[in-house]
Design a protein around this ligand. Structure first.
Ligand SMILES: NC(=O)C1=CN([C@@H]2O[C@H](COP(=O)(O)OP(=O)(O)OC[C@H]3O[C@@H](n4cnc5c(N)ncnc54)[C@H](OP(=O)(O)O)[C@@H]3O)[C@@H](O)[C@H]2O)C=CC1
Ligand SMILES: CCCCCCCCCCCCCCCC(=O)[C@@H](N)CO
Length: 365
């Protein structure tokens, strides 16, 4: 016979148990969350999460603009550097600057590979060449920088052709490279165990992948696509615990680069008007901030204050840089966007009223 419970006490005990679990679970969760936050925040650590000295870095799109600046700065930090783009003359000039910046000129090595990132299967060939040059070892860090932009209105004649071209260079150029290098890094014969120095795969998006504005229809979706791929791969690399790889994605604002000069030739004036709130920066500055973010171990690499705010506003299921700050800041961003969007849309309507129907406005060519 069971004496331990009576008809009276049992429901009470059940209630008490439910009550205590309904409290203890959230409390335990909050305590665990705070503890793991403190552990992962890295607030007190100044560890360099991406040492490059003596390691080999491959960058696409590094003959001009931010990629070139990044290659030079990584050379200053002691990296061996491989730069990839199409034009050989510009590659040679850039490589001379990269070489001249070397920290240890007698031991660091440098080379370039000419390739068009928009060509199907280009990356497997580039990686094979890079490995042969690097004494049979794959590069330790791959940074996809190559990109282009042809801003125009979506109703313009050439917008869909431009969109396909932008997608081939910006998205598939990085997608193919990431696949080629991951097939090396993640291969069983290249396992280092979970404590091995991680490899780094870096994508270059744009602030427009966080907040889209009028006139970048052919371009912005390519950078959103990169964000989707980067989030996917940030999770997928965890499937290979013995082959540690860190994925990162950089979100630059306006970079005063040769590419920026080119895109401004066709950029609608209304786009120029709305993007003027994000201060334009030199390629050196953007590269320096991006590398600092990579060294700090960030997944989402912001290079400006607005970019930092925008990131927190769209994070969804992306890995966080700092769960506490990102969550608290995330509560405020919708309030900012309420005013920003109203302001931008009223500027657009005002311009249409002042300058006439967009089809009848003079076209930039
Ligand atoms: N400029 C800006 O305002 C912003 C730029 N970004 C992004 O940052 C990155 C760097 O931009 P930015 O500094 O302006 O770069 P630039 O446009 O100045 O330079 C582009 C580089 O990529 C190479 N490249 C272009 N197309 C190809 C191709 N099909 N195959 C191989 N290489 C190619 C170019 O060399 P070559 O022509 O010889 O091939 C060059 O080295 C890009 O991904 C860009 O989309 C993001 C936000 C803002
Ligand atoms: C909290 C949020 C505040 C929102 C303020 C909005 C300001 C809009 C700035 C848009 C800047 C776009 C820079 C990237 C440009 C680029 O990628 C191209 N130049 C490349 O072609």
């Amino acid at each position: 016979m069971d004496h331990s419970s009576s008809a009276l006490t049992e429901p009470f005990m059940e209630q008490l148990k439910t009550l205590s679990t309904s409290w203890s679970l959230p409390v335990a969760a909050i305590v665990a969350a705070i503890a793991s936050l403190i552990a992962t925040m890295g607030l007190f650590s100044t560890k360099n999460h991406m040492p490059v000295e003596g390691r080999t870095v491959l960058l696409t799109g590094a003959s001009e603009g931010m990629g070139r600046s990044a290659a030079i700065q990584l050379s200053q930090k002691g990296a061996n550097v491989i730069i990839v783009s199409r034009n050989v003359g510009r590659l040679e000039e850039a490589l001379a600057d990269v070489r001249a910046a070397a920290k240890n000129p007698s031991t660091q090595r440098f080379t370039y590979i000419s390739a068009d990132v928009s060509e199907h299967d280009y990356a497997a060939t580039v990686i094979a060449e890079a490995i042969a040059w690097n004494g049979g070892k794959s590069p330790d860090i791959v940074w996809c920088v190559a990109g282009m932009s042809t801003p125009m209105l979506w109703t313009d004649d050439d917008s869909v052709a431009a969109a396909r071209r932008n997608m081939d260079v910006n998205y598939f150029g990085s997608a193919e490279m990431s696949r080629a290098i991951l097939r090396e890094w993640l291969a069983p014969e290249n396992s280092t165990g979970p404590r091995g120095e991680p490899k780094h795969l870096v994508f270059t998006a744009s602030m427009l992948a966080l907040f889209a504005i009028i006139g970048y229809g052919p371009y912005t979706p390519t950078k959103w696509a990169l964000r989707g791929l980067a989030d996917t791969l940030a999770m997928e690399v965890n499937y290979y615990p013995d082959n540690p790889v860190k994925v990162h994605i950089v979100y630059p604002g306006t970079i005063v680069s040769p590419g920026y000069e080119r895109e401004n030739k066709t950029k609608p004036d209304i786009t120029v008007e709305l993007e003027k709130d994000e201060p334009a920066e030199s390629p050196d500055t953007v590269a320096r901030r991006a590398i600092a973010g990579l060294e700090a171990g960030k997944y989402f690499v912001d290079v400006s204050f607005l970019g930092r705010l925008m990131q927190t506003g769209i994070m969804g299921g992306s890995p966080r840089n700092n769960w506490v700050l990102d969550t608290i800041m995330g509560w405020f961003i919708p309030i900012i966007y309420f005013f920003v969007l109203r302001g931008m849309n009223s500027t657009i309507v005002k311009w249409a009223r002042e300058k006439g129907h967009p089809f009848t406005q003079p076209k930039k060519k």
